[in-house]
Design a protein around this ligand. Sequence first.
Ligand code: BES
Ligand code: ZN
Length: 417
Amino acid sequence: MLQHKKLALLSLSLFSLIALAAKAEPIDNRHIIVAPQCLVKNLSVSMNYKTLASSSTLALLETNRLGIDYLIEAKNHRTATPCGGFVDVTDAWDNYHSRDLSSQRKAKSFLQEEMTKESSVKIKAKTYGIQYPDQVNQLIKQINPSTIWSDLTAFSDTHKSKFPDRYANSATGVNAANWLKEKIEALAKANNRTDITTYAISTGPQYKQPSIVVKIGDSNEPGVVIGGHMDTLSSSWELKPGADDDGSGSMAVMEIARTLISSNMRFKKPIYIMWYAAEEEGLVGSSKVVAEFKNKNIPIDAVLQFDMTGYADKNDPTIWLITDNINKDLTAYLETLIKTYIKQPVGYTRCGYSCSDHASWNKAGFPAAIPFEAAFGKDNPYIHTANDTINILSINHMANFAKLGIAFAVELAEPVV
Ligand code: BES
Ligand code: ZN
């Protein structure tokens, strides 16, 4: 009996010690996330999470840095039935003021709103036509597959590059952001472009790596966004080259930027090229970028996301269009562009959750679309591991995505003739 009491006391004091330690967490180590229940179920350590609200499919959790790392770890154990990722909604939660005084009901309605947010903005139908075939074809010819390959080698070679990983919370992740920015600045200078501005957008106090934005053209009309995510997971356990995820998208975006900057074509509307930070941490960088565009009232007509463009399953050149968390009209327009200009087969596939940065734009009401390398589940099996290397990627597949980006930019930003 006494023994039992002692044990109970011991575990109680242990418990309060843990509770105390949890209380001592600095405030900027607090993350609010929305995670699928199937992922929450697989968490082995539950003490880092406080459930604020939950539905049958999703949970709203308060956690900390360690909790985020456990979630990433759980997510990367590929199970028989795949489960979605989680989204960091700390800012949205902090800015959310419901009329309800009860915090429990506030959390419930917040989660409800997160689940039902959908794109509401549509571009005018007339902007979806094929209007500039000569200009599109002229620039498509300038896409150079070997430039994509050498850029990707520099970006993802863990031994030769300045960044053995591009982890959002590391100095090497910051080096990767600087590398992107400096490369664009050099291109702008070499081409005497005074209508190009390059800037960083902070990912907040918890991440060192900023997103990088390039504005091409000085018009203030509604613009076009083309982006990918620069970050990888941390290489503290094994190397994280992130060649496909998302070096391939990032360097397709770089080739689009190079082609636009080095041409003498000018556009009615601005083209925003961007590389998001901290995508792997729950779409953190893109949600900051979207918030900044909203705060500054920068109008955007259409958003294109490139995340994984290099792995062609059985050498199949099909370009797959993701059908969830996107704008349907814009996605249908991508099919038209692919059939007109790229002349490759088109497939449709679903992520089933907010799998990349297009979801941040879509949630905020901007029309977004994402072409993808393979059918979901037939994509690169090595992402998030040391084997996500360039050698198994297809140079032509990546070049086709870059060409699609050019068609998108030229048709929607409209050349000045
Ligand atoms: N590139 C992946 C998304 C992806 C993976 C799409 C596999 C299709 C197939 C992206 O970088 C990623 O890892 N996303 C996370 C979710 C994110 C919100 C943390 C994921 O898929 O788990
Ligand atoms: Zn990833």
